[in-house]
Design a protein around this ligand. Structure first.
Ligand code: ARG
Ligand code: ZN
Length: 875
């Protein structure tokens, strides 16, 4: 049945305290939960108490310490009902028996390698004990863990450690943890295992010393330095930028290798997918380092935005996720180059969120209905949610934005709240009406902003005609105009932004123009000469811009715009226009050659030495095949797009071949490896150059790529070269794969990259290779990272092979979804979302995709997760 936002009812009962006694043992773990339950004001005496469960078995129940008559309650695997509980507060004691080793869903209590660990968001706590498993029930938890001292020397739970001891003569020991901060059940966590501890400390702004620990498998201690450094920088940054201080004596992080998502912000005990903790130059790329920094920060920042202030219900997920993504983006921008970070974030938004918002899985940032909440941890909730917060900052200005956030922290600390309450804080702090702005949370779909301009030389006026529209979305009636902050500049012929006189027709504050009607004519007076309008600078709103610029104007912007984002965007737009044109020609079997102008722009970017290397590397990256498919939008033929993109790549390569070598060799002289943004930027530019050199026709291209591979002293260089050897099917491809494997067999994170590189190689032979890799001894269908590195990257990162004309790519993924679904529904349903753009494919391919989807849909015992995705995808 669908859960609806409008049906929200506060809970009838509250649970103020939870005492858990968890007796861990392989195969049979006993959990005794003692709950202090009381009626909410307004609840009738004797109203039934209904607790959630999921695959539970009840082994004991007591009320106020007394055994309960069997007629007084009814327990099933997913529900425990007390027909008429006492009117006064009471204590309910429940015993459940779990088998963590058999828990392949990785929700609730499970084992990763030998370590016991938990994942409770969104609804995993009900797999541990019966509970009011909803985020508006906040309790103080005391957790006692007991386990074999030999197997589990480390026992961790939320909060502060209060007691430890041995249980004489049994070889077992225990630890008691107390978390004084009331929290919802989804933030509960425990960990027990034989782990190494990497300790450090942090002194907060008020002088409190916090013990920091990262727990990892023995032998991996040396891979934690970057994560620890990132944690300390995050803690300092949140104090300096948002005034947020940490609030427990200890902050623990545990890295596990089997994890459905990226990481989890459990109070005082964050649990991480190890790919977002472990790094050294030998096994992690620069991108991995950047991701670790961002995810460590993200989870830490949740301590305030998520934990101290949590969500009233799961419809409000963006309240914590959108805001926390915004915060981690700001952190990374401060740690690195703001422009480079912004471009990376926008690329992610456009490549993941835009297609989601344009397809059958579209939903508002705050959904109104769901069948399975796990399917709403989406790019829309996270990334678009962050953009909405960013727009708020742009509209209100930094000071008022900060005042609104301060009010939010002040007013709602300790509460489970809503988007409405969040927005009210900004309304009050800034005296701004945000009613229309709140539509960003309500309406699905990416608004299209269309622009036309006219310069009147006699009146010296410049008119900008703007309109906005959200394309039709299934299930969404007509949409209303949104509030769209457009950062802009009028660029004069000298490349400088022009000063203008008064502006009519829109609210303009500084360099931000607010579009809030369906149509708006904005007139700038006293404009000395016809400008080029640079609009949506910094990507100030998550919209598609439909601004018909001539290629001379784009070339001008690409060379002159003082906004680095729009400069990059102009280069991309030029390339995109040419790729769309070429793909059309290829599809129709016509001849075509890449535009000389476009080749020229790329050639000149290389020499713009005043731009930093990372920015040049980004500008030299052609739009991806998926980007081009999205731009084309219908009747998509991935083969034609692939061919077109290779044509442009080769043409650029031929033009710049003679300038590339110095960039490629430049950084290899550079001494010891450093993961900082500047060194990473140098490597990124070198790899871009190598990427072109590989197809430049230069006689020594293969030798150069091979030697880069063979002599690399870090993973970033090695993987870049390996990817070229494999994706461009260069000589020695197989030799390189074998050498890589040999070198990295013991690092599963490095082996993930080996699987991914092969799964994303273009060419018909990839399908068979992927099938063969599924029975490789290093493949593990139970490990989410491994499944993602092979199958998810094939489905989302190999457009020509996933959408093969024989349907075998779709079939492989459909079969895999069915297989994985039996074991781990979350991983299966995530893989299934790779079909989301199937209707945009050409008729033959979309028919093949549809029949694969129908095969999945015909399966009767699909999980709720996969059923929900397949139904919506086909609707
Ligand atoms: N709150 C976590 C984060 O954003 C994500 C957890 C999602 N887990 C899930 N099973 N849906 O950091
Ligand atoms: Zn989060």
């Amino acid at each position: 049945p669908a859960i609806r936002l409008e049906d929200y009812q506060p809970p009838l009962y509250r649970i103020d305290k939870v005492a858990l006694n968890v007796e861990l043992a392989p195969g049979a773990t006993r959990v005794t939960a003692t709950l202090e339950v009381s009626r909410q004001p307004g609840t009738e005496a004797g109203a039934p108490l209904v607790l959630d469960g999921d695959e539970l078995s009840l082994a004991g129940i007591k009320l106020n310490g007394e055994a309960l008559a069997e007629t007084a309650y009814a327990a099933t695997a997913d529900r425990l009902e007390l027909a008429s509980p006492p009117a006064d507060p009471f204590e309910l004691t429940l015993v459940t028996e779990l088998d963590p080793d058999a828990n392949t869903k990785l929700m609730g209590l499970f084992r990763s390698s030998a370590t016991y660990c938990t994942q409770c968001e969104a609804e995993g706590f009900r797999r541990i004990t019966y509970f009011l498993d909803r985020p508006d029930v906040l309790a103080v938890y005391t957790t006692r863990l007991e386990a074999s001292k030999k197997d589990c020397p480390v026992l961790l739970a939320n909060g502060n450690l209060t007691e430890t001891g041995d249980i004489d003569g049994t070889g077992r020991h225990y630890a008691v943890w107390h978390d004084p901060h009331p929290k919802p059940a989804y933030l509960f966590a425990l960990v027990a295992g034989d782990l190494a501890e990497v300790p450090d400390t942090f002194t907060t702004m008020s002088g409190k010393e916090v013990a920091l620990n990262i727990y990892v498998e023995h032998g991996k201690e040396s891979l934690c330095d970057w994560a620890m450094d990132s944690l300390k920088r995050s803690m300092r940054w949140d104090e300096e930028v948002f005034g947020r201080e940490y609030d427990l004596d200890v902050f623990n992080i545990v890295a596990v290798s089997d994890f459905n998502m990226g990481a989890m912000e459990n109070k005082g005990l964050n649990i991480f997918n190890d790919k977002y903790v472990l790094a050294d130059p030998e096994t992690a790329t620069d991108q991995d380092y950047a991701n670790i920094e961002a995810v460590i920060a993200h989870e830490y920042f949740h301590n305030w935005t998520g934990n101290r202030i949590t969500c009233r219900d799961w419809f409000q997920l963006c309240l914590k996720e959108g805001l926390t993504v915004f915060r981690d983006q700001e952190f990374s921008s401060d740690m690195r180059s703001r422009a480079v970070k912004r471009i990376a974030d926008v690329r992610l938004l456009k490549s993941h969120q835009f297609p989601e918002d344009a397809g059958p899985l579209a939903h508002p940032v705050r959904p109104r209905t769901y069948h399975e909440i796990n399917n709403f941890y989406t790019a829309t909730v996270y990334e678009k949610g962050a953009e909405v917060v960013r727009m708020l900052q742009t509209l209100l200005g930094e000071q008022k934005f900060r005042a609104g956030l301060d009010l939010y922290f002040d007013r709602h600390d300790g509460e489970a709240t809503t988007i409405e309450a969040f927005l009210s804080c900004f309304e009050e702090a800034s005296s701004t009406d945000l009613e229309q702005f709140s539509l960003w949370y309500e309406q699905a779909g990416t608004p299209v902003v269309s622009v036309e301009t006219e310069y009147d030389p006699d009146r010296k006026s410049f008119t900008v005609s703007l309109s906005q529209e959200i394309p039709p979305i299934a299930g969404q009636k007509s949409s209303k105009p949104a509030v769209i902050p457009l950062r802009f500049g009028l660029i004069g012929s000298n490349g400088e932004d022009m000063e203008t006189g008064s502006v009519e027709g829109a609210n303009v504050a500084g360099d931000v123009l607010v579009l809030d009607k369906a149509h708006q004519d904005v007139v700038f007076h006293n404009v000395a000469a016809a400008p080029v309008l640079s609009l949506l600078r910094g990507f100030s709103a998550p919209v598609r811009l439909n601004q018909p610029l001539h290629s001379e104007e784009l070339l001008f912007q690409a060379a002159q715009d003082r906004d680095p984002f729009n400069r990059w965007q102009a280069v991309q737009t030029l390339a995109m226009q040419d790729l769309v044109r070429l793909a059309g020609l290829v599809r129709d079997g016509s001849e075509g050659t890449p535009s000389e102008d476009v080749i020229g722009v790329f050639a000149s970017v290389l020499g713009e030495t005043q731009l930093d290397e990372a920015l040049r590397a980004q500008a030299l990256t052609l739009p991806s095949e998926a980007d081009v498919a999205q731009e084309i939008g219908k009747d998509v033929n991935p083969d034609a797009i692939h061919t077109a993109r290779q044509m442009l790549r080769r043409a650029v390569a031929a033009r710049i071949a003679s300038s590339l070598v110095p960039f490629i060799t430049d950084q290899s002289a550079g001494g010891t490896f450093s993961p900082d943004a500047q060194a990473a930027g140098k490597r990124a530019l070198a790899h871009r150059c190598l990427h072109y050199y590989a197809v430049s026709g230069a006689a020594d291209a293969t030798d150069l790529v091979w030697s880069r591979f063979a002599s690399a002293d870090n993973m970033t260089d090695r993987l870049a070269a390996l990817t070229l050897l494999v994706h461009d099917h260069m000589p020695r491809e197989e030799e390189a794969l074998a050498a890589y494997r040999e070198r990295h067999t013991d690092s599963s994170l490095a082996m993930d990259k080996w699987f991914m590189t092969q799964a994303t190689a273009p060419g018909n032979e990839t399908l068979d290779r992927v099938k063969a890799l599924m029975s490789d001894p290093s493949y593990d269908a139970g490990n989410p990272n491994r499944v993602r590195s092979l199958l998810q990257s094939f489905a989302t990162g190999n457009p020509t092979q996933f959408a093969r004309m024989d349907g075998a790519g779709f079939e492989l993924i459909a079969e895999s979804v069915l297989e994985i679904d039996k074991r781990n529904p979350q991983v299966a349903s995530r893989l299934l979302t790779s079909f989301r753009s199937w209707r945009a494919l050409d008729p033959q391919r979309s028919a093949l995709a549809e029949s694969a989807l129908l095969r999945i849909s015909a399966c009767e015992n699909l999980s709720r997760d996969s059923r929900d995705i397949v139904d919506r995808t086909l609707q």
